[in-house]
Design a protein around this ligand. Structure first.
Ligand code: AMP
Length: 550
């Protein structure tokens, strides 16, 4: 019997109606335009002391779209965003859509090598970057990239200004060779771009994930994917216009992009942004804006528990708290509830599923797997089919462990320009997640293992191969293997093992520093151990499992 056929959760949690993706809105622009019609004067984004209303955001995105078109952008062009959680992330993304373009989301922690790969793979013609990131990383990468137009912006923009019509901040200098985003918007303010109407299957954004082999892959999140999963957050979790969203997840990642930004565009509930997550700033924002909903990695909630001065009173409004992206220790849920009086709910999904596929219903208690101690990731959200399959690809009955294979309106159609990887991960359109788990008799799902080599460092995913590639760039390194090891804060962290070439020397500290310089901060190995020989099979394959067991 297929786990899907059984679907015991349906009777209890699914509203039962069909969720035709295109039925409500064919694309994410229509979804937002509906909010403009219904609630133009509601706040859409709070950023420190600045606020943008729905109408202002609409005007700013119109202006940005006009600027892109005037600078020669054509439908289908890729516009890369290299930004922190600043209002410009939303403005550039929606502006790109209004110009008929596809957004490309880039982790602001990425360094030269990573940025160069993503720009080349996506073929981005435009880059929108924070000035600091442009100066420290972007400028060196751009000459060898497909980017023709670079637009820079400042994290101070929209921070205090109550009137976004005001001229750009005069103390900011715009780096030579780049255009100022605020200046472009001011120059086009009041104009509307010609209307575009992408279909649900048109790509809205490329979100990058790495893989076991080869360069990063751009998951093609379509307009239909994004509208559907924004509606999951609204209808299934229950977030509406009277909620306030606290933006703790990075918007470059699918959780923040859909569970914060797209949800705000749909409802419209105001989204509170703080540039990047920092516990003290988040507590200040909680006191000021009294958010009611948030979703983020469990490390966010651990950091909040350790934020000086944070009290139960601060959290009285924040009732709808979800955490996903990494395993949640049940003891952390208990400690958080004890300290702040609020329950953390589990949500599960992947970049390739445009955020949630499973969640703990808001009013339900998630059971814990007695053997592994894992908190259930919840039950599938509506219109989502989840099968547990064995090594032979056959469906397994409740209680048996296998790989989660997911189909639904939130599953991407594939990876950008990567037919082989698409066929491998999404045969027949069903996503093979690489996560191993089971469904219990009541329909709750549990993750117990991973088929993939991925390391999950507090929700940030690291692929050993990428770190190993960088270690191999070091002249003294003969062999390198990277594994995940337990870490009390991040759940898992990155550890490297190397052997060195005859006659060469490299200290662990030197190797850590070497990697740190060359990759995003969450990826570099926190520890490197130098061994005479790395453990291998008789055929010479590195034995990661053995290293993990050390
Ligand atoms: P990403 O593509 O960064 O969203 O990562 C997706 C992966 O994160 C999944 O394949 C899981 O391995 C992991 N993950 C997501 N949500 C959870 C959760 N609630 N509990 C445990 N692991 C999770």
């Amino acid at each position: 019997m297929s786990t899907y056929d059984e679907r015991p959760w349906l009777a209890r949690y699914d509203a039962g109606q069909p969720h035709d993706v295109a039925a409500e809105f064919p694309n994410a622009l229509e979804m937002f335009q509906d909010s403009v019609r219904r609630h133009p004067d509601l706040p859409l984004i709070h950023y420190f002391d600045g606020t943008l209303t729905v109408r202002e955001f609409d005007e700013l995105t119109d202006a940005f779209a006009c600027a892109l078109l005037e600078r020669g952008c054509s439908p289908g062009d890729r516009v890369a965003l290299y930004l922190q959680n600043v209002p410009q992330f939303g403005i550039a993304m929606v502006g790109a859509w209004k110009a008929g373009c596809i957004a490309v989301s880039i982790n602001p922690m990425n360094r030269h090598r990573e940025l160069a790969l993503l720009l080349a793979d996506s073929g981005a013609r435009v880059l929108v970057a924070l000035r600091g990131l442009y100066e420290s990383v972007g400028a060196a990468v751009l000459p060898d990239s497909p980017v023709e137009l670079t637009i820079t912006t400042s994290e101070h923009e929209y921070q205090t200004r109550s009137d976004p019509r005001a001229l750009p901040d005069p103390i900011e200098t715009v780096p030579t060779g780049t255009e100022d985003m605020a200046g472009l918007i001011a120059a086009h303010r009041g104009r509307r771009p010609p209307r575009v109407s992408p279909g649900p299957d048109d790509v809205a954004v490329l979100t990058y994930t790495s893989g076991t082999t080869g360069p990063p892959k751009g998951a093609m999140n379509t307009h239909g994917n994004i509208v559907f999963d924004a509606r999951v957050w609204r209808d299934w979790i229950g977030v509406g216009a009277d909620d306030v969203i606290l933006g703790v997840a990075p918007m470059f990642h699918i959780t923040g992009m859909v569970g914060h930004l797209a949800l705000a565009l749909l409802t419209p509930a105001p989204l509170v942004l703080t540039h990047r997550f920092e516990a003290t700033a988040a507590v200040d924002a909680i006191r000021e804006h009294r958010p009611t909903f948030t979703v983020g990695a469990i490390t966010v909630f651990i950091a909040l528990m350790n934020a000086p001065g944070a009290s139960k009173d601060d959290f009285t409004s924040l009732r709808k708290i979800y955490s996903g992206g990494a395993p949640i220790p049940p003891s952390t849920v208990q400690a958080f509830e004890q300290q702040f009086g609020q329950r953390i709910h589990n949500v599960y999904g992947l970049t390739e599923t445009s955020s949630a596929t499973h969640a703990q219903p808001f009013h339900a208690e998630s059971p814990v797997d007695e053997l592994s101690g894992a908190l259930s990731v919840g039950v599938p959200v509506y219109s989502t089919d989840v099968r547990i399959v064995g090594e032979d690809g056959a469906d397994l009955p409740p209680g048996e462990e296998g790989e989660l294979v997911i189909s639904g309106p939130q599953v991407v159609p594939g990876y950008w320009n990567k037919l082989e990887e698409t066929a491998h991960a999404l045969p027949g359109g069903a996503l093979h997640t690489g996560d191993v788990g089971y469904m219990d008799a009541a329909g709750w799902f549990y993750l117990v293992d991973r088929k993939k080599d991925q390391i999950n460092a507090g929700g940030y995913k690291v692929w050993p191969r990428e770190v190993e590639d960088v270690l191999y760039e070091h002249p003294a390194v003969r062999e390198a293997a990277v594994v995940g090891v337990a870490d009390p804060y991040r759940g898992e962290t990155v550890k490297g093992y190397v052997s060195v070439r005859p006659g060469q020397r490299a200290t662990p500290e030197e190797l850590v520093a070497f990697c740190k310089e060359r990759m995003a901060a969450y990826k570099y190995p926190r520890e490197v151990e130098v061994l005479d020989e790395l453990p291998k099979t008789t055929t010479g394959k590195l034995l990661r499992r053995e290293l993990r067991a050390r």
